[in-house]
Design a binder for this molecule. Sequence first.
Ligand SMILES: C[S@@+](CC[C@H](N)C(=O)[O-])C[C@H]1O[C@@H](n2cnc3c(N)ncnc32)[C@H](O)[C@@H]1O
Length: 291
Amino acid sequence: MSGFSADWLSMREPFDAAARATSLVAELRRRIPRGTSAAPLEVVDLGAGAGSNFRYLATRLGGEQRWRLIDHDRALLDAALVTTQAWASARNADVSPVGAELTLHATDFACRVGGEPRDLAHNALGGLALPTGGLVTAAALLDLVSTPWLETLATRCKAARAAVCFALTYDGRTVCTPDEPEDAMALDLFNRHQRLDKGFGPALGPSAAVAAEHEFAKFGFRVLTERSDWDIGPQHTAMQHALLDGWLRAALEVAPEHTTPLTGWHRRRRIHVDAGRSRLVVGHVDLVGWL
Ligand SMILES: C[S@@+](CC[C@H](N)C(=O)[O-])C[C@H]1O[C@@H](n2cnc3c(N)ncnc32)[C@H](O)[C@@H]1O
């Protein structure tokens, strides 16, 4: 089990898909060879969770692909294959299990996809085979990792001459509307929580997007970035409540002495949501790169 439930990843999937920078994926597609049956595009998805990044990218990359979904949470990897099977059927794709993998044939792409349970924390990335000349990708992962981990990732991607696509890296910008006096304090505490060790060393948190751009450029990658903010309107009450509850939990963990102002803030923010007048914008950055 990780701290990320399949329910939460499923709830955020449509917001992620709506936020992602389509122009970067289109540029990436121009820069990497289209996979064929003789030479499928090899893709490794780090911290793949329940497969949302796969479902977003596979159709947009097209051609023949072979995906390895890496995560330390077996239950999420199982959910990834179950959800993907239903997703593929709904798209009228042919889908069949082959051993522990799925094979999919659709009009716009064909692929094999399988889960690989593996703990990527600390130095474990060093032992992971990356696809030579392929694609290394991750979504909503880089804010959890540390500077040395990111440096190892860039070193390994360069050695494999792999292209990269890192989506939805949280960058610390959050705007709550209408505003409340404690918004800045709550956000600051949440951002402090984001920097705690998530298993990869002290987390980059809100500085991960800038750090990734810098690190991959340093290793000679041509890097493009674009904002991919969640814009969660008043109609999305469940998502707003889930976010506010998560922010409160995180803020209380780092500053229990601020329980009174934080719970008051949370109660008033929830009232805005229930009254249908709340909007939450959460800053993310997408990055693609190639050598
Ligand atoms: C925010 S979730 C993103 C999941 C997925 N990429 C998505 O976009 O829905 C972060 C993922 O990283 C995984 N993760 C966290 N720590 C990990 C570790 N040490 N090794 C492997 N995976 C890890 C979690 O299990 C989770 O699936």
